[in-house]
Design a protein around this ligand. Structure first.
Ligand code: ADP
Length: 713
C-alpha cells in the first residue's frame, strides 16, 4: 500500500474520531450533531476515495465515485449549518441555509440517479480513477465552493467582532482549517473540470484528501484547546500514556535487540526474552509509575498547575481573614493577578434593593468591566442559585439544557462581561456572584480548574459570612457597651437623687432617737430605731450602687497618695472589731515591720480591705481572722484569711459579680448587699491589681489582693 492510497484511510480514522468525540460528548447539542454530520460526510468521502484507489475496474470505480459524491455534496451544507450555529446566527441566515439544503438535495438526487448530466463515467488519470464530468458538474462545483466560502466569510466577519479571546482563537482555527481544506477541494474539482480543456492539469496532485486531513486536525485542535466539546482532560491523559508507552516499548525493543545480538539468540523464540524483560521492567517501573505520571503531567501542563496553585494558595490566605472588605480584596486581586485574568468582580446581594451589586473589581487591563447590577429574580441569578458549580458562558450554547433555559432571555447573559459566573452560596442561598474574565493566556479553564474554583468560591462565601457575622457581633457589642454605660449613668444619677431624702430620714430619725424634741414611748422608740437602721442599710446599698455604677460609667478616678499599710490595717481591724463582739473570734495582723511605700487611692484601698475583713468576721462564728501583708517585687500582697463557713467551689467563679450573695444560713442572716466584692474587684483593678479568693466549704476562706507599688497611669 502506498502513501497515496493510505492517506484517505488515515483521514477516515481521524473523521471517525471526530464523529465519536462530538456525539459522545453531548448528543443533545445541535452544534455537536451538525458537526458530527459534517464529519460523517467527510468520512464518507475519504472512505470512497480509499476504495476508489483500489478499484479493479471501471464499473466499481464509477460506483465509488457516486459514493464519494454522496459525501462531498453534503459537506458544504453541513459545514455552512455548523458555522451558523457556531456563530449563533441560524435565524438570520435561514433563507441561505434553506437554499443550501435545497441544492444539496437536488445534487444528491442527480448523483444517486447515475445521470450522465452529473458524471458521464470515470476515466483513468495519472493519480488513479477520476470522474468524467457532465454539464451539471460545474454548477455543483460552484455550489460547493460558494457555501464553503460563504461560511468562511461569516467566520471572518465574526472574528473581528468577537471580544472573547478564546472564542476568537477558536474561530481562527476553524477559519484556517476551512481555508486550507477548501484549497484542497478546489484543486481536486478543478482538476476534473480542467482536464477537459487542459490535459496537463491531470498531473496536479489531488489535494482534497490532505486538505481534508488538515481540516480535521485543526478542528480537533480547536476542540481540544478551546473546549468546543471539552475533551481536554481525556486527551491529555491519553497523550501522557501514549508517551510513556512509547518510551517503555522502545526501551524493550532496544534491549531485546541488544540481547539478541550479544548472545546470538536468533534461534530461540523472542518470547523467552520479551516476557522476562517485560516482567523486570514492570517491577522496576511500578513504584515509580505514579511519580512518573505526575512528573510528566507537571512537565507538559505546568501552566495548568500554576492555576491550581494560585487557587489553593488563595484559599489558604482567605481562611485567615476576618474583615469582609479585605477578604473580597484578597479574592479578586488573587484571582485576577494570580491566574492571571483580564478582570474579576465580586457582586454581593443587597437585600433592600433585591439586587446583586458589584462590590469589588480588579482589572489587569486597566479597563473597567462596566458591569451593571443583576436582579435577584433574573434568570441568571436563579440559575446560579440552583446550579451546583460554575456557569461557563461559552457552554450555554453547547449544553442543551442551558441553551433552552437561557433562550428566553438571550442577551441578558451576553451582556455580562465575564466568561465564568461562580455562585457564592451559604446554606443553598445565593449571597453573591463571582465573575471571572478571561485568562490572559487566552486558554480556557479545564474541568479540574473549574472544580477547584467552585471549592474556593464556597470557601469564600463561608469566610465572607463569617466576616459579616463577626462585624455584626462587633457592632452589637459596641451597642451593648453603650447601653450598659447608659444604665450605669442612670443608676448614678438615681442614687444621687435618692440619697438626699434618705439623708433627712436618717438625720431626723437620729434626732428623734436622741430625744432632743421630747421623750418617746417604748413602741415609738422601737419604730424609729427600725426606720433608722433600715435607712442606714438603704444608704449603704445606694452608696454601693453609686460606686459600682460610677466605675462602670468610667467615672471613677484614682486619687493617688502614699499609703502607710500598717496604719491602714490597724484602722480597718479597729473598725471591724465591733462586728466580732460577742463571738469567740480573734482578729490578727501579720506584716513585716518594714513595708514598701505603696502609692494608691487610700479611701478605695481601705474600702477593699474593710470589706474583706467585715465579710470574714461576718461569715466566721469562731476561730480567728488573719490579715497578712507580704511585700513582692514591685507590689504588695494582702490577704484576709478566716476559719468561717467557707465557700463552695462552684460558687467561687461568680463571687466577684455584682449582687451575688451565696446561699448559706449564716450568709442569709448576715445581711449585706452582694456588691462589696464586686466593688472591691473594680477598685483593685483600677489600681491595675488583682483580687481572688481561695476557699473550701466549712474550712474557711482566704481573700487575696495584690497591688502594684505604683499603679501605671
Ligand atoms: P455582701 O455585702 O453580701 O457581703 P459581698 O460582695 O461582700 O456582699 O459578698 C458576696 C457574698 O460572698 C456574700 O453574701 C457571701 O455569701 C460570700 N462571702 C464573701 N466573703 C465571704 C467569706 N469570708 N466567707 C464566706 N462567704 C463569703
Amino acid at each position: 500500500m502506498t502513501l497515496h492510497s493510505a492517506l484517505p484511510l488515515i483521514a477516515l480514522f481521524l473523521n471517525a474520531a471526530l464523529v465519536g468525540v462530538s456525539i459522545l460528548r453531548n448528543p443533545a447539542s445541535r452544534l455537536n450533531r451538525v458537526f458530527a454530520y459534517f464529519a460523517t460526510a467527510l468520512a464518507l468521502w475519504n472512505f470512497g476515495v480509499f476504495m476508489l484507489r483500489r478499484a479493479p475496474d471501471e464499473a466499481s470505480a464509477y460506483l465509488w465515485e457516486v459514493v464519494i459524491h454522496v459525501g462531498v455534496i453534503a459537506i458544504p451544507v453541513f459545514y455552512y449549518h455548523f458555522v451558523l450555529i457556531f456563530l449563533d446566527s441560524t435565524t438570520r441566515r435561514r433563507p441561505a441555509l434553506a437554499l443550501a439544503y435545497g441544492l444539496a438535495i437536488i445534487f444528491s438526487a442527480i448523483n444517486a440517479s447515475g445521470s450522465a448530466l452529473f458524471m458521464t463515467g470515470v476515466k483513468s488519470t495519472h493519480w488513479g480513477w477520476a470522474p468524467a464530468t457532465g454539464p451539471l458538474y460545474t454548477p455543483f462545483f460552484l455550489y460547493f465552493n460558494a457555501f464553503m466560502i460563504y461560511g468562511l466569510c461569516h467566520l471572518a466577519k465574526a472574528y473581528r467582532t468577537i471580544d472573547s479571546s478564546f472564542r476568537r482563537n477558536r474561530v481562527m482555527l476553524v477559519l484556517l482549517a476551512t481555508f486550507i481544506s477548501l484549497i484542497g477541494g478546489f484543486v481536486d474539482f478543478a482538476r476534473f473540470i480542467l482536464t477537459r480543456f487542459l490535459p496537463a492539469a491531470d498531473q496536479a496532485y489531488p489535494l482534497g484528501i490532505p486538505g481534508n486531513m488538515i481540516l480535521v486536525f485543526m478542528i480537533g485542535l480547536s476542540i481540544v484547546r478551546y473546549r468546543m466539546f471539552d475533551v481536554d482532560v481525556a486527551l491529555k491523559k491519553a497523550a501522557i500514556y501514549c508517551g510513556v508507552a512509547a518510551v517503555v516499548t522502545s526501551l524493550l525493543v532496544g534491549l531485546t535487540w541488544t540481547l539478541e545480538q550479544q548472545f546470538r539468540l536468533e534461534e530461540t523464540s523472542a518470547l523467552w526474552i520479551v516476557i522476562p524483560l517485560g516482567l523486570i521492567m514492570t517491577l522496576f517501573l511500578s513504584p515509580f509509575g505514579h511519580g512518573l505520571e505526575s512528573q510528566v503531567e507537571r512537565l507538559i501542563f505546568s501552566k495548568r498547575r500554576g492555576c491550581y496553585d494560585t487557587l489553593l494558595n488563595l484559599s489558604n490566605r482567605m481562611s485567615a481573614i476576618l474583615d469582609s472588605g479585605k477578604l473580597v480584596d484578597t479574592l479578586v486581586r488573587g484571582l485576577a493577578r494570580g491566574i492571571p485574568l483580564t478582570h474579576c468582580v465580586v457582586m454581593l446581594y443587597d437585600r433592600a434593593a433585591n439586587l446583586f451589586v458589584p462590590y469589588r473589581e480588579e482589572s489587569t487591563t486597566g479597563e473597567e468591566s462596566g458591569i451593571a447590577p443583576i436582579r435577584a429574580d433574573s434568570s441568571i441569578a436563579q440559575w446560579l442559585a440552583q446550579a451546583d458549580g460554575v456557569l461557563v458562558k461559552e457552554e450555554v450554547k453547547i449544553n442543551r439544557q442551558m441553551a433552552v433555559y437561557f433562550e428566553a432571555v438571550e442577551g441578558e447573559l451576553e451582556q455580562i462581561p465575564a466568561s465564568l459566573l461562580v455562585p457564592l452560596k451559604i446554606e443553598n442561598k445565593l449571597t453573591g456572584i463571582l465573575l471571572l474574565g478571561e485568562k490572559l493566556s487566552g486558554e480556557v479553564f479545564d474541568d479540574q480548574e473549574l472544580e477547584v474554583l467552585s471549592v474556593v468560591a464556597n470557601q469564600a462565601a463561608i469566610s465572607l459570612e463569617n466576616a459579616r457575622l463577626y462585624e455584626q457581633l462587633g457592632s452589637s457589642n459596641a451597642r451593648l457597651l453603650q447601653a450598659s454605660q447608659l444604665k450605669s449613668q442612670f443608676l448614678a444619677s438615681m442614687s444621687h437623687e435618692l440619697r438626699t431624702p434618705l439623708n433627712s430620714i436618717i438625720g431626723f430619725s437620729k434626732v428623734l432617737l436622741n430625744r432632743i424634741d421630747g421623750d418617746l414611748t417604748d413602741r415609738q422608740d422601737s419604730y424609729v430605731r427600725s426606720v433608722h437602721s433600715s435607712s442606714m442599710h438603704l444608704l449603704e446599698l445606694i452608696n454601693s450602687v453609686l460606686d459600682i455604677s460610677r466605675i462602670e460609667a468610667g467615672k471613677q478616678e484614682l486619687d493617688l497618695q502614699e499609703i502607710d499599710l500598717h496604719d491602714l490595717m490597724d484602722e480597718c481591724i479597729e473598725s471591724s472589731a465591733p462586728l466580732a463582739r460577742g463571738k469567740p473570734l480573734k482578729i490578727e495582723k501579720d506584716a513585716p515591720l518594714e513595708l514598701p511605700r505603696l502609692r494608691g487611692d487610700r479611701t478605695k484601698v481601705k474600702q477593699v480591705l474593710l470589706n474583706l475583713l467585715s465579710n470574714a468576721v461576718k461569715f466566721t462564728a469562731t476561730g480567728r481572722v488573719m490579715v497578712r501583708v507580704r511585700p513582692e517585687p514591685d507590689a504588695v500582697h494582702v490577704s484576709v484569711a478566716d476559719t468561717g463557713i467557707g465557700i463552695r467551689e462552684a460558687d467561687l467563679p461568680r463571687l466577684f459579680e455584682p449582687f451575688q450573695r451565696l446561699d448559706s444560713p449564716l450568709a442569709r442572716d448576715a445581711g449585706g448587699t452582694g456588691l462589696g466584692l464586686a466593688i472591691s474587684k473594680k477598685f483593685v483593678e483600677l489600681h491595675r491589681g488583682r483580687i481572688w479568693a481561695e476557699s473550701r466549704e466549712n474550712h474557711g476562706s482566704t481573700f487575696h489582693f495584690v497591688l502594684p507599688l505604683t499603679p501605671a497611669s
